[in-house]
Design a protein around this ligand. Structure first.
Ligand code: DP6
Length: 335
C-alpha cells in the first residue's frame, strides 16, 4: 500500500501589526488585519502519517504524547481537515520545536502551518499557498501567516469571508534580525485563544481596530522602503495598543514580567544613543528585539547582560512552510 506520510517544516512569525480579537469566532475571522515576518532559525517539524488501523489521532510534541486542551485543539483541526478533504482516516502526528513552547513565541503558528502542509501532502494533495494559509487559520489564526515566506500580510475580506495571508516582500528583502530575549519558558497562564475572547470587553479595543488600517499601511510601506525609523515607531505603538487592550480587558491580562519592562527600557536607551533597534511582545513575557543584521553584533551582547534574560535566540526573516525529508535535523541558534 502507498504510504500516506509527509513531513513539513514551518517557522513561527513575529507580528509588527498584531492580531488580537475575533470578528467572527465560528468563521475564524480576525478582528483586524496584521503584518508579520517569519523567524528563520526557529522551526517546527511535523510528520503526519495516516493509518487505517488508527481509531483516533495521536499526537506527540517534542517526544511526549499530547493530552487535554492541546490534544483537543489538534484533533479539532484534523476534523476540519478531514471534512475539507472528504476522507476519514486518523493520523499519527509527530511534531518537534527547536524553541520553547508556549512562552509567547507563537508556537501554535508554526505548529498549525506545518500540520496543514504535512496533513494535506500526506494525502497526496497539493494545495495552493492561499488554500494552505486559509486551512492553517483554522488551527491558529497566526498560523496562516507562517505559510508564505518573508514579510507577510494577513487580510480579511468581510464581504466574502476570505481570510488568508500572502507575502509582500521576500525573506531576502530586508535582513532584519529578531533577537528574542527569553525571560521565562514556562507555559503561559492564559493562551491567546482565551485571551482574545476578552478583547471586546476592553473599552480600548474599538479604537485599536478603528486605527488599524493606518498603522497597517504605514508598516507595510516602511518595510517596502527599508525605513527603520517608521517601522520602529509603528511597531512599538501597535504593541502598546495590543497590550493596553489586554491590560484593560475584563478580567485584565498582564503578559509582561518585570524583566520584560527592563528590556523595553534598555531598548529605549539604545535608541536615544542613535541605535536602530525596536521591540515588540506577543501574548507572553519574552521580548523580540529587532534590528538590522549589521548592528545585531552590538545589540546581542547588551541584551544578554540585562538582568533576568535567560537566553537569547535569534533569527533573520524565514522562508515559507515547506515539505522536507523526515530525517532532516532541526537546529536552533542560541547566542
Ligand atoms: C499576540 O494566532 O497564536 O501573537 O489563534 O489562539 O493560536 P490562537 O492565537 P494566535 O494569536 C497570536 C496573537 C499575537 C499577535 C499576533 O501574532 O498577531
Amino acid at each position: 500500500m502507498m504510504t500516506m506520510k509527509a513531513t513539513a517544516l514551518a517557522h513561527p512569525n513575529i507580528a509588527f501589526i498584531k492580531y488580537w480579537g475575533m470578528q467572527d469566532e465560528d468563521l475564524k475571522l480576525p478582528a483586524n488585519n496584521s503584518i508579520s515576518m517569519n523567524i528563520g532559525c526557529l522551526s517546527t517539524r511535523t510528520t503526519v502519517e495516516y493509518d487505517p488501523a488508527l481509531k483516533a489521532d495521536e499526537i506527540q510534541l517534542n517526544g511526549s504524547y499530547l493530552s487535554g486542551a492541546g490534544l483537543a485543539r489538534v484533533k479539532s483541526f484534523m476534523c476540519h481537515l478531514r471534512q475539507m478533504t472528504g476522507h476519514s482516516l486518523f493520523a499519527r502526528i509527530n511534531s518537534e520545536n527547536n524553541f520553547p513552547t508556549g512562552a509567547g513565541l507563537a508556537s501554535s503558528a508554526s505548529a498549525f502551518a506545518a500540520l496543514a502542509l504535512a496533513g494535506t501532502a500526506a494525502l497526496g494533495l497539493k494545495l495552493s499557498e492561499q488554500e494552505l494559509s486559509n486551512l492553517a487559520r483554522w488551527g491558529s489564526g497566526s498560523a496562516c501567516r507562517s505559510i508564505p515566506g518573508g514579510f507577510v500580510e494577513w487580510r480579511t475580506d468581510s464581504s466574502t469571508h476570505q481570510s488568508y495571508a500572502a507575502s509582500f516582500a521576500s525573506e531576502q528583502h530586508w535582513k532584519l534580525m529578531d533577537c528574542i530575549a527569553i525571560v521565562s519558558s514556562e507555559h503561559k497562564q492564559i493562551g491567546s485563544e482565551a485571551g482574545m475572547r476578552l478583547a471586546a470587553t476592553s473599552p480600548l479595543q474599538g479604537a485599536r481596530i478603528q486605527d488599524t488600517e493606518r498603522r497597517f499601511s504605514q508598516c507595510r510601506q516602511a518595510i517596502l522602503k527599508h525605513d527603520f525609523m517608521t517601522l520602529s515607531q509603528v511597531t512599538e505603538l501597535d504593541c502598546s495598543m495590543m497590550h493596553a487592550v489586554m491590560m484593560t480587558s475584563n478580567p485584565p491580562l498582564f503578559y509582561w514580567q518585570p524583566q520584560s519592562l527592563g528590556i523595553i527600557m534598555a531598548v529605549k536607551q539604545w535608541q536615544a544613543k542613535g541605535l536602530p533597534v525596536t521591540y515588540t511582545l506577543d501574548a507572553g513575557p519574552n521580548v523580540h528585539v529587532i534590528c538590522p543584521q549589521e548592528i545585531a553584533g552590538d545589540i546581542l551582547p547588551r541584551l544578554k547582560k540585562i538582568p533576568g534574560v535567560l537566553e537569547v535566540l535569534k533569527g533573520l526573516p524565514g522562508g515559507p512552510a515547506r515539505l522536507i525529508p523526515e530525517d532532516s535535523r532541526l537546529e536552533s541558534e542560541k547566542v
